[in-house]
Design a protein around this ligand. Structure first.
Ligand code: UDP
Length: 237
């Protein structure tokens, strides 16, 4: 069992702790929820347990399909042992169906199915509200090298194919999701989490929203929906 040492970093939904090994850290999932760049704040009971369990299952799935991630093991209900990354400050959003900021920014109707996935880059910078960027911005502002950007985009496309079919088998359409990558010993690995906080899922029959949009948009049944997504994932190995 990895020894939990000092707090290294506290984010909106997770804390990161040192361990006895400088290459490894513990990611501890909180119940705190934020939306609209921190303007809306709240708690979702047991979200930390749900997101840790779902992320652990998805990282295990992706590793089994050849995607390199920071994941080592799930340590407890809320804790995950991971490789320490230097996070690239670029968030990749992969979209299969129009929703959220895509609809707002471009005046597109929610639910439009995209023929090919759209990949977007955002500058990971809360003070600036995570602005959308093109590839040249990412490279010229040194957020990632041209080669790293090509690599993480190609990983994102592969991850989308794996996750789309995994979720569909569990009655969920994968609408869009956000990925973060980081460097560990010179290698680019998938980091952060993959959960209903960072993905949009719609029920494959009813199109009901099954993700953080229930919190963002005050749709009700927030906790119940997180538990439902968890049971669809853990109930079908
Ligand atoms: N997302 C995220 N963190 C962010 C911004 C977006 O995890 O800081 C996820 C979000 O949950 C959704 C996808 O990325 O699954 C696309 O989000 P969008 O750009 O539509 O922004 P939002 O509507 O969340 O403001």
């Amino acid at each position: 069992m990895a020894e939990k040492k000092e707090l290294l970093y506290e984010g909106k939904a997770k804390r990161v702790f040192a361990t006895g090994d400088p290459d490894l850290v513990i990611q501890d999932f909180k119940d705190d929820a934020t939306a609209f760049n921190g303007l809306k704040k709240g708690q979702i009971a047991d979200k930390g347990v749900v997101n840790n369990t779902i992320s652990s299952a998805l990282f295990t799935l992706l590793e089994s399909k050849g995607i390199r991630t920071h994941f080592i093991s799930r340590l407890s209900e809320r804790e995950m042992l991971i490789k320490k990354l230097t996070i690239l400050p670029v968030e990749l959003v992969v979209r299969n169906v129009a929703a959220g900021s895509l609809c707002k920014r471009y005046g597109i109707k929610e639910g439009l199915v995209l023929d090919q996935p759209i990949i977007e880059c955002y500058f990971k910078n809360d003070a600036l509200g995570d602005p959308l960027m093109n590839d040249d911005h990412v490279v010229m502002f040194n957020l990632a090298t041209r080669e790293q950007l090509a690599e993480i985009k190609s990983q994102a496309v592969k991850i989308n194919i794996i996750l789309k079919s995994y979720f569909l088998e569990r009655g969920l359409k994968l609408i869009d999701f956000k990925l973060e990558f980081g460097v560990h010993k010179g290698e680019v690995l998938l980091g952060d989490e993959i959960s209903p906080d960072t993905c949009r899922f719609w029920d494959s029959v009813t199109n009901e929203k099954m993700d953080k949009d229930r919190f963002r948009l005050d749709l009700g049944s927030v906790e119940e929906t997180y538990q439902e997504v968890l049971s669809r994932i853990t109930g079908k190995a």
